[in-house]
Ligand binder design. Structure first.
Ligand SMILES: [Zn+2]
Ligand SMILES: [Zn+2]
Length: 232
């Protein structure tokens, strides 16, 4: 059998990659033109917990260290959440291709987006494990991210109850819908540990908040949440 890097090289030489957004031949699966449309969220002027940009919610731009009205109104179990960008435009197209089209070649690009947030916000923390919201595409992405950036990966979260698709539900319904849907495979593994939990999209945050509740109950130290994009 040929070495994987050689087969990849041959494949790329015979069939050069095309940009997954515009379809033009490109050295990567995302061309520089389509990549330039994806603007990273800034840490300036967002909620210090959930990362909500104040400018998008009608607030005036504020400095860091503020809490949004959503986080003020409820208890949360995580230390901080940050997304790379907003769930729209080219980022939405890429995530849809990755998740529903199962084009897992895009994992390198997506892991790069995750890493830029990780580098800016979480790399100074002593992360013990990276874990993921259960799902085939999230597992592919998180495992690759963890391997590439050398953070221990454990898949310690199990989905134990099927849920109605969250997309159709409002914020409060989502919270009830997701309650008690997950459990930990090893309930001791997170004790006194700092966990980085990865998902693709933050919509209302109900899934990540529920998993944080369970991780926190298992005696973790800090829980950091990292997503590619936020819808709200
Ligand atoms: Zn393109
Ligand atoms: Zn908030």
């Amino acid at each position: 059998m040929l070495d994987k890097s050689i087969t990849d090289f041959l494949k790329d030489t015979i069939i050069p990659p095309v940009c997954c957004v515009c379809g033009r031949i490109s050295p990567d699966y995302l061309c520089s033109r389509c990549a330039s449309e994806i603007l990273p969220l800034s840490n300036a002027g967002c909620c210090k917990y959930c990362g909500r940009p104040f400018t998008d919610t009608g607030h005036d731009l504020k400095g860091t260290g503020e809490t949004c009205s959503f986080c003020k109104a409820e208890e949360y179990n995580f230390t901080a959440h940050r997304s790379f960008t907003l769930y729209r435009g080219n980022m939405k197209k890429i995530i849809v291709k990755f998740k529903y089209g199962k084009i897992y070649n895009l994992k390198n690009i997506l892991a790069g987006f995750l890493h830029s947030v990780y580098r800016d916000f979480f790399s100074m923390e002593d992360i013990d494990y990276v874990d993921t919201v259960p799902g085939e595409h999230t597992a592919v992405l998180t495992e690759y991210f963890a391997m590439k950036y050398r953070i221990p990966f454990i898949q310690n979260i199990l989905r134990i109850k099927k849920t109605e698709r969250q997309g159709k539900l409002g914020m409060d319904e989502r919270k009830v819908n997701i309650l008690n849907c997950f459990k930990l495979r090893d309930c001791l593994a997170y004790r006194n540990k700092n966990i980085l939990l990865i998902d693709d999209v933050w919509t209302t945050g109900s899934t990540l908040k529920e998993i944080s509740r369970i991780i926190n109950r298992a005696g973790s130290k800090k829980i950091f949440l990292l997503t590619l994009a936020r819808g709200a």
